[in-house]
Design a protein around this ligand. Structure first.
Ligand SMILES: Cc1cc2nc3c(=O)[nH]c(=O)nc-3n(C[C@H](O)[C@H](O)[C@H](O)COP(=O)(O)OP(=O)(O)OC[C@H]3O[C@@H](n4cnc5c(N)ncnc54)[C@H](O)[C@@H]3O)c2cc1C
Length: 382
């Protein structure tokens, strides 16, 4: 279709949850008033939460071609990387040398990962199957009898580590092997962010699944197989160590950063502090919880504010964060939910019953139904 130059130009840097949710929200809220351009380097949107099942022989996590999604949004996809922004002239420079003008810019660049512990397998969801396949085989063969799972501080989204620990313990049991699996975490209780009722239910499930947990603990790895637990100085001697990565913010020259780890400071409307017309959402921001549902809610807040700027008559609402989780790895999935105030969940609920027919690992107001509709269209949803 023809593109009229007088439309409000929205540039979305990224192709993950926050980027796509914002694009879908803007299509709904502002329609033809906005022209959407996505700047992203990878060909696919990957449904990251399901990656944890790949090393256990389940189907690979779903991947959706970005160009098709962007086409559904009547947008344009620039396959390149964000390099820097000049807020005064409202221009983004790409690594490939292009200059892209915008009226509003959304930075949805995700977080970067780095290993926190030496002598450990640092989980990277882009290559989890390769990383863990050999380990699972060694567990099945009885070559690995003790396994520590370490959660760093600050804690990224910790749920995958509990799923992996339970799935690995289950695989050892099914193979008739003894395995001691221990999660060492700085959290006060397993999945403490959801609040006490969820932590209690998850704690019971971990115990039933044969996974020990050491909470309020900081781990150090002083040598291969040697985990030092603080406070107290307990030493765990284990065959292998698996760890979540430490997260830090993406490079965004032109933007003032707030945290020492480089996360972008935003307000409750996802506006980047100190600059006009620039928004950020998702793992790249200084919101302490790196969670797809939160990324989507921040994207919705940004989309409302951008739609208002584009003259769409939308009343922007501030972020009121709610987290949802689906914990796999036990006998049945557990469905978790909490409102977030400060560092902990309020009015949390836990249930073995799915909240609806197609419960999503990532709760996103526009993206979740879009993906279901898309799968119906392509015939992959029964
Ligand atoms: C194993 C695992 C399990 C998880 N489970 C859950 C779960 O059950 N529920 C849940 O809600 N959350 C879960 N999460 C967290 C969730 O996946 C993230 O919080 C979410 O993906 C963040 O979305 P985002 O859009 O901010 O970043 P990302 O999804 O990381 O997307 C970032 C995007 O930016 C692009 N990009 C990077 N650099 C550039 C650049 N320079 N220029 C342009 N584009 C760039 C990337 O290609 C990517 O498309 C899980 C995470 C992991 C790793």
């Amino acid at each position: 279709m023809g593109v009229s130059e007088d439309r409000f130009q929205v540039l979305i840097a990224g192709g993950g949850v926050a980027a796509l949710e914002a694009g879908l929200a803007l299509q709904q809220l502002a329609g033809e008033r906005v022209k959407l351009t996505f700047l992203a380097p990878d060909p696919d949107f990957v449904y990251r939460p399901m990656v944890v099942r790949e090393p256990f022989g389940f189907a690979t996590a779903r991947r959706y071609p970005l160009d098709e999604i962007v086409r559904d949004l009547n947008g344009e996809l620039v396959v390149d990387r964000f390099a820097s922004v000049e807020p005064d002239s409202q221009v983004v420079h790409t690594e490939g040398g292009a200059a892209l003008r915008y009226d509003a810019l959304l930075l949805a660049l995700g977080a970067r990962i780095r290993p926190r512990f030496d002598h450990a397998i640092t989980l990277d969801d882009r290559q989890l199957d390769d990383q863990l396949h050999g380990l699972i085989q060694d567990v099945e063969g009885g070559y690995v009898r003790t396994l520590a799972f370490l959660v760093p501080d600050p804690t990224p989204w910790p749920l995958p580590v509990y799923e992996l620990a339970m799935m690995t313990a289950g695989r050892a049991r099914d193979s008739g092997m003894d395995l001691t699996a221990i999660v060492v975490t700085p959290e006060d209780a397993p999945l403490a962010v959801f609040g006490a009722p969820v932590s209690q239910a998850v704690g019971e499930l971990l115990a039933q699944s044969g996974v020990d947990t050491v909470t309020s603990a900081h781990a150090e790895v002083s040598a291969p197989g040697r985990v030092l637990v603080h406070p107290g100085g307990q030493v765990l001697e284990v065959d292998r160590i698996v760890a979540l990565p430490q997260l830090f913010g993406p490079p965004t020259p032109g933007i003032t950063k707030s945290t020492p780890d480089g996360f972008i400071a935003v307000d409750a409307h996802s506006r980047v502090r100190g600059v006009e017309g620039i928004f950020a959402a998702g793992d790249a921001t200084d919101f302490p919880l790196k969670h797809g549902g939160i990324a989507a809610q921040q994207a919705d807040a940004a989309a409302q504010a951008i739609a208002a700027l584009a003259g769409a008559g939308v009343e922007p609402r501030p972020l009121a964060p709610v987290i949802h989780g689906v914990l796999l790895g036990g006998p049945k999935p557990l469905y978790l939910r909490a409102h977030i105030t400060g560092g902990h969940g309020l009015s949390s609920t836990v249930s073995e019953n799915a909240p609806d027919a197609h419960p999503a690992k990532i709760e996103a107001r526009y993206l979740a139904p879009y993906l279901i509709e898309r799968e119906r269209r392509t015939g992959s949803l029964r």
